[in-house]
Design a protein around this ligand. Sequence first.
Ligand SMILES: [Zn+2]
Length: 137
Amino acid sequence: MKTMNCEETRSLLVALADGELAGPDRQRIEEHLAKCPECTEDLSAFADDRKTLRTIPAPEAPPFLVTRVMVRISAPAPRMWLSPALAASLVLVTAAGLWLGTALGRTLIPRRPSEEERYCAVASALSLPRLPDTGGE
Ligand SMILES: [Zn+2]
């Protein structure tokens, strides 16, 4: 079994202190600690730090914290209103889009000829007499 070096050992000291190491890893780190005073010192310092941290009392929650959180959770979400500037911008963009679509539609899509225009086209192709002028259109 390959022996562990100091760098590998130090990377596993937390896991060792937490009791998360087992099997070959635990055996290798214990073999290294038996021969290495520096890593043993690091483990000891780490254990001391943990003991000190455990002596610090857990902070108490401020009074009414739970009540305030529950009130916030149950309160209705704030409504989202459009600002007047944004609403005006949306109206302008929509109007511009409609105008542009109409203008492009007029130029890109040919107008459907009226019935009279179609008759005249057929009549001139067949050399038929023209319709009398109706006065309209
Ligand atoms: Zn070492």
